[in-house]
Design a protein around this ligand. Structure first.
Ligand code: HGY
Ligand code: MN
Ligand code: MN
Length: 400
């Protein structure tokens, strides 16, 4: 049995939050490759070393804490959204660290730890684990830009001196990622844990409408080629057209909009916006893409705009490994009898990529009010500790 230390785990979790602490409550601003992110990774590397692991930074900023020989791999990511909470990713990394440390104290099994880089997609979608798993080539990743136009290649050049090679995935027997649910279901049901059956797929791209920039006081309405009006019309029409294709689990989001030149008295000549959609069924994702492209083109035609589509990024829906899932279920039933469930993940995770390399599974704990990707994100301390114990129990069952 691996006897974890809840106080040590919680202390490390709070310490990690200090890197990029922001906003009211327990908010965090720690996007990939920011100063706070790099400082947090340096601190984590030190904690890994103290835990008896060998820290290793790979060329894209994924930080591993390696146990000797073949081992199970636990972890998640320590970068955050532009405005994020203190647990998204961080929980899985610190829980991994605690289980690895407790495992050393217990005399095994060997446990390695990872904090993947740019899970939150400053440059794409789960960038660090996507590259490590072969889902995304390094060349393609290097060309990806953040929304300010900074290239991934430029960002990672900052750590090049300290980085070693990519870690050989063959040294790991499997991967387990603990994470907050980021949705309302466990919290509303008063349950302590969720064992993930599968992770939904995602598609994500930028769409640009180009019209005509002009004076907002003198340009008659009928002569305008207003890029924002195109975007607004596209959104309304799309919501209507998707209705025949989607299920209650399907989601789509326009989360980022930039108007040019972004001024009160100028008819916007350009609108650049993100278009993201998610579902557990790859065929539905494809049908949604057809509707999105056709609707955007139709609106452009009607409004005298031109439309262009950026590269489409995506991850396929991914089932979790049954043997590791069973280990999590058995452990959940032992630690929180009758207070856990099997569930799908609507959020993306590094486990989707790692599942290409080795058996992978995930464990959720409740999110208070189902809030995440916001400063208000939080989880009751008792639930954090229960999750840690379920994870340790599963590692004990799954072995090295
Ligand atoms: O967007 C996601 O689902 C993940 O949190 N990056
Ligand atoms: Mn996350
Ligand atoms: Mn996230």
């Amino acid at each position: 049995m691996i006897a974890v230390n809840p106080e040590r785990f919680l202390a490390d979790l709070h310490r990690l939050r200090e890197f990029g602490a922001a906003g009211v409550g327990k908010g965090v601003v720690r996007p990939a490759y920011s100063e706070a992110d790099i400082a947090a990774r340096d601190w984590l590397a030190g904690r890994m070393r103290e835990a008896g692991l060998v820290p290793h930074l790979d060329p894209v900023g994924n930080l591993f804490g390696l146990a000797e020989g073949r081992s199970i791999l636990l972890g998640s990511h320590s970068d955050s959204q532009p405005e994020g909470g203190w647990l998204d990713g961080a929980l899985g990394v610190i829980a991994a660290l605690e289980v690895a440390r407790a495992s050393v104290e217990a005399g095994g099994p060997p446990v390695s730890v990872v904090s993947f880089q740019d899970e939150e997609g400053r440059f794409g979608v789960t960038t660090g684990s996507a590259i490590w798993s072969g889902n995304l080539s390094l060349d393609d990743a290097d060309r990806q830009t953040d929304r300010e136009g900074v290239r991934f290649a430029e960002a990672r050049a900052g750590i090049a001196e300290r980085a070693g090679e990519f870690v050989d995935p063959g040294r790991f027997t499997g991967f387990v990622e603990m994470h907050i649910e980021q949705g309302p279901w466990l919290y509303e049901a008063g349950e302590a844990a969720g064992v993930v059956t599968d992770i939904v797929g995602i598609r994500d791209m930028r769409i640009t409408y180009d019209g005509e920039q002009n004076h907002a006081g003198t340009t008659p309405m009928h002569r305008r080629r207003d890029a924002f009006q195109g975007l607004a019309r596209f959104n309304a029409l799309l919501n209507d057209r998707l209705r025949n294709v989607v299920t209650p689990q399907t989601v789509w989001t326009i989360g980022h909009v930039r108007l040019h030149p972004d001024a009160h008295s100028i008819v916007p000549g350009r609108a650049v916006f993100s278009m993201q959609w998610r579902d557990g069924d790859a065929d539905r994702l494809r049908r949604m893409e057809e509707i999105i492209r056709a609707t955007a083109a139709e609106v452009a035609q009607e409004a005298g705009l031109s439309v262009s589509f950026g590269d489409m990024l995506g991850l396929e829906p991914m089932p979790m490994d049954e043997t590791l899932r069973d280990a999590l279920c058995d452990s959940a039933e032992a630690v929180a009898p009758g207070r856990w469930r099997r569930m799908q993940s609507g959020a993306l995770h590094d486990a989707t990529n790692v599942a290409r390399l080795m058996p992978a599974a995930m464990l959720f704990v409740p999110s208070i009010d189902g809030i995440s990707h916001a400063f208000a994100e939080d989880t009751a301390e008792a639930d954090l500790v229960t999750g840690l114990e379920v994870l340790a129990g599963a590692v004990g069952r799954a072995g090295g």
